[in-house]
Write a protein that binds this ligand. Structure first.
Ligand code: GN1
Ligand code: MG
Length: 368
């Protein structure tokens, strides 16, 4: 296998990045793509770039994600510039291209690579952020949706078809149970039964859409709080990143997925289930940042069903983690054998707590 040093050297040359490559760091947080910071020297004290290997098993058409991401970031950049933004390089990602106009570099082993701007003096937070970070993450994702509210959602490629189609996710889960290729179904009967008992929630949002009570919007679809870059000095949100799954979607999935990840009192893959619950204060803080950004864009039903989005998306991800465990761990990166099962159990525990607290959560949402 080729060394990463060699690959990054090639990439720096192909993209004509400033300075000479001298080293890289691994960014560990993603479950799909591989992300690195790549450092160069010899040009005004050096430069840092974000270099990513696109997971081709998940994103079958890297050109389509590049096209979506370029169009979205151009749109946001133009809107921010029109609003007088003066720090534009730190507020929106830039995709690099080679002198020939290529945004993707194929390394000798066939991998797909891209180069993205690195936001200086910034930081990200994983689960268990502070209340201030939570509010600012809400503001960032709300502003992101607002900035794309005049973007024609139907013109985007569906980079992963049926990504937040919870009904289809539950059907796929049932297929994994039936196929049981890794012979694991017998050992996770309780989890399977729980998800089956909750299957009626899967169609909650598609039913509202059928009745024209909610609309498709341009949504982010992967609103983990570590997908927001914050100013390392002030804690203010700068930019939303990880734009590969930006597609038409329902606002509640963005709201819900953010809460699922960041308002969990434990990590997404916590083994000790007694640590796992939904922190209503964190939930409130996120909502207080998110909802005001979208006044005038979302209708009453959309706002009043945001809390339900948290439960539905948590059930959806439970079915995806457990489905991948049953399929022999082919989709999500895992760090150990039972990782997907641990993740699924954690998400199920969280879903149980959300269901218990749903009337409180809905009451909280009424203040916005
Ligand atoms: C994956 O790799 P990452 O962290 O951006 C997944 C999301 C899940 C998330 C769970 C393309 O996102 O849908 O919610 O893991 N992304 C894809 O941590 O499947
Ligand atoms: Mg992602």
């Amino acid at each position: 296998m080729l060394s990463l040093n060699h690959t990054f050297e090639e990439i720096c040359k192909a993209f004509k990045l400033k300075g000479e490559f001298f080293g890289y760091n691994v960014i560990k947080s993603g479950n799909i793509n591989d992300t690195y910071t790549v450092h160069t020297d010899g040009y005004e004290g050096g430069r840092t770039y974000l270099v990513q290997r696109i997971n081709h098993n998940v994103f079958h058409s890297p050109e389509k994600i590049i096209s979506n991401v370029c169009r979205i970031t151009d749109h946001i950049r133009n809107r921010m510039l029109a609003d007088g933004e003066t720090d534009i390089k730190r507020r929106v990602l830039k995709m690099y291209h080679t002198p020939e106009g290529q945004y993707i570099y194929r390394s000798e082993d066939g991998s797909y690579w891209r180069v993205i701007s690195y936001i200086t003096n910034s930081c990200t937070f994983n689960s268990r952020p502070t209340l201030k970070v939570m509010r600012n993450a809400g503001k960032a994702f709300g502003e992101f949706q607002k900035n794309l509210s005049d973007f024609d959602a139907s013109s985007l490629y569906e980079t992963i078809p049926h990504f937040h189609d919870t009904v289809k996710r539950f059907e796929d889960f049932e297929k994994s149970v039936a196929a049981d290729v890794a012979s694991r179904a017998a050992s996770v009967k309780d989890e399977i039964n729980y998800l089956r008992s909750m299957a009626s929630y899967a169609g909650y949002f598609s039913a509202l859409a059928k009745e024209n009570k909610i609309s498709l919007r341009v949504t982010h679809n992967d609103t983990k709080c570590n997908n927001v870059m914050f100013d390392a000095g002030t804690g203010e949100p700068l930019a939303v990143i990880d734009l590969d799954t930006v597609m038409p979607g329902y606002a509640a999935y963005d709201f819900g997925d953010a809460v699922r990840f960041a308002a969990n009192t434990a990590a997404e893959d916590e083994k000790d289930l007694s640590e796992v619950s939904l922190d209503t204060e964190m939930f409130t803080q996120f909502a207080s940042g998110f909802v005001p950004q979208l006044y005038g864009n979302l209708n009453e039903t959309e706002i009043s069903t945001l809390a339900m989005g948290a439960l539905v998306v948590t059930l959806e991800l439970s079915s995806r983690f457990l489905g991948d465990y049953l399929a022999g761990d082919t989709y999500f990166k895992t760090a150990y054998d039972e990782h997907n099962l641990v993740r699924a159990r954690c998400q199920i525990q969280l879903a149980r707590d959300m269901e218990r607290k749903m009337s409180d959560l809905e009451r909280i949402m009424k203040q916005f």
